[in-house]
Design a protein around this ligand. Structure first.
Ligand code: SF4
Ligand code: SF4
Length: 192
């Protein structure tokens, strides 16, 4: 049986009031924007330095202790055996909840937290990061952005501040410097 639901209709006066309210809201937004929406990916939302995002691996520091894999609450870390006989971690971002327990558990600081949080992939396998994938920042991250949106509260008001894209580029360059590209990053290849 199909039940047809009737859409309640207001009176003409009510319709006029509703439309007027919608116009006033639109006008207020045009004069003094107070929304949190951004035009992603042309705009990016600024996140704090210690935001828990994508994780880098400094493979030269890793001592193959497996602590990160044991600490992971969702079993997102898989250890890969490298030709040099050592074992290095890879993260499956399909499972990772970005808790950074692995970062805290690492005794030598080989896992480096970053605020990168909006990496997109077209293929399921691409989200399964091997140790060598974790040793460099994804190349196309932030490519399309034109500016960064930062929110600040001042005198009880929400301020929307637009920063140039260079702010993000600067942050990525700093991250790049944190982990120098090294030939040793290519030694962790073979899956266990
Ligand atoms: S961030 Fe958390 S969920 Fe992700 S790999 Fe590390 S411990 Fe596991
Ligand atoms: S990344 Fe850190 S915790 Fe994980 S195996 Fe290497 S040294 Fe151990």
């Amino acid at each position: 049986m199909v039940i047809k639901v009737k859409v309640p209709r207001g009176t003409l006066a009510e319709d006029i009031v509703y439309h007027a309210r919608a116009l006033i809201t639109g006008f207020k937004e045009a004069v003094e924007p107070n929304r949190l929406t951004i035009q992603y990916p042309r705009e990016l939302r600024w996140v704090p330095e210690r935001f828990r995002g994508w994780i880098l691996l400094d493979i030269r520091k890793c001592i193959s202790c497996f602590q990160c894999a044991w600490a992971c609450p969702v079993n997102a870390i898989q250890m890969y055996r490298a030709p040099n006989g050592k074992w290095y971690p890879g993260i499956r971002y399909t499972e990772c909840i970005l808790c950074h327990f692995c970062v805290d558990a690492c005794p030598v600081g080989a896992l480096i937290p970053t605020p990168i949080h909006d990496v997109a992939y077209v293929d399921f396998d691409e989200v399964k990061f091997k140790p060598e994938d974790m040793s460099r920042i994804p190349e196309y991250v932030y490519d399309e952005s034109e500016r960064v949106i930062k929110y600040e509260i001042k005198d009880g008001k929400l301020l929307k501040i637009a920063l140039p894209k260079e702010e993000i580029t600067k942050r990525l360059e700093e991250l790049d410097k944190t982990i120098e590209k090294s030939p040793s990053t290519t030694t962790a290849g073979s899956e266990s």
